[in-house]
Design a protein around this ligand. Structure first.
Ligand code: AN0
Ligand code: CP
Length: 317
């Protein structure tokens, strides 16, 4: 694997899940693979899980790890070409990226959507430039339109907890006070569409996702109907994708909050969320604290998905 930004990069999912479960049984089986190799993790945005789980995964493989929070301590970076740099940005991404490449064998990048310019976000301008100019294998730690390490961990989690061959997985929009990217729902849809699960997406009118990610998934605007018989409920907020409302919050309607009454419509479903989650906006305290909530094992699997990805990148150095 040369880079990892989407579901296609990982190849057949059954093999990827098998490899993940093998690694989970013995996460120190490949400690020699990363010896004297350096992972550089670049964060343009905040993180708890991605930062810790990815560093842990790299350490399990024997790597050295450097973490850079671009907005804390580095020079402010210009990302547009052709700009006269007479403002507050001291360095251009076009120098910064190849320099970073000098100090690393593999680079992980977190760069969220700006949610102002849809074309810029959906072109994946930042991570594409890392791939083009760093000279190193690059993996996404959540880019503008996808969060593939999260979706891979979600898939591993569903495979571990499912009791039916073909579970019904429902991704539901839920309210949140601030505008969030579409990366997590886009990516989750992309990965679920690559399985043979029954996959349903539910959201209020106006929150339609990019059809390229929705694919053949069923879209049901009635949340209660969508949840009927679900085996997994995957809650997530996202801002509007469709023009002219790209990146906007159209609703904070708490009628969409996942509560016990909604979970009662399911087939005793497991509750999932990528975290961080705002309680009593996205999900009520009792649901996230219930024995059917698997948000912690889901987060734990971030170490495993990252380890499969970094292992494969190391193997093709
Ligand atoms: C981010 C998002 O929705 O993309 C990161 C989730 C993993 N969430 C927040 O910014 C709250
Ligand atoms: N789920 C996830 O990526 O969490 P962080 O934003 O804390 O890394």
């Amino acid at each position: 694997m040369k880079n990892f930004t989407n579901v296609h990069d990982i190849g057949p999912l059954d093999a990827a899940v098998r490899e993940a479960l093998e690694i989970k049984k013995d996460r120190f089986a490949f400690t020699g693979l990363g010896r004297n190799k350096t992972l550089l993790m670049i964060f343009f945005n905040s993180s708890l899980r991605t930062r810790l789980s990815t560093q842990k995964a790299a350490m399990n493989l024997g790597m050295n790890v450097i973490v850079l929070d671009v907005n804390q301590g580095a020079w402010k970076l210009e990302t547009e070409r052709g700009v006269i740099m007479d403002g507050d940005k001291a360095e251009h991404l076009l120098e910064a990226i190849p320099v970073m490449g000098c100090y690393a064998d593999i680079i992980g990048v977190r760069s969220f959507a700006g949610l102002r310019d849809k074309a810029e976000d959906y072109e994946e301008r930042v991570i594409s430039q890392f791939i083009k100019y760093s000279g190193r294998p690059v993996f996404s730690m959540e880019a503008a339109t996808r969060h593939p390490l999260q979706s891979f961990a979600d898939l591993i989690t569903i495979e571990e907890f499912k009791t039916k061959e073909r579970p019904k997985v429902v991704m539901t929009w839920a309210p949140h006070p601030k505008a969030l990217p579409q990366a997590v729902p886009n990516s989750f849809a992309e990965w679920m569409n690559a399985t043979d699960y029954e996959f349903v997406i539910t959201h209020p009118e106006g929150y339609e996702l990019d059809p390229a990610f929705v694919g053949g998934a069923k879209v049901e605007y009635d949340q209660k109907k969508a949840l009927e018989g679900a085996d997994f409920v995957y809650a997530k907020n996202w801002s509007a994708f469709a023009d002219p409302n790209y990146g906007k919050v159209l609703s904070t309607d708490r009628a969409w909050t996942v509560d016990a009454e909604k979970m009662a419509l399911t087939d005793n479903a497991f509750f999932m969320h990528c975290l961080p989650v705002r309680r009593n906006m996205i999900v009520t305290d009792d649901v996230i604290e219930s024995e059917r909530s698997i948000v912690i094992p889901e987060a734990a699997n971030r170490e495993i998905s990252a380890q499969v990805v970094i292992k494969r990148l190391l193997e093709s150095l």
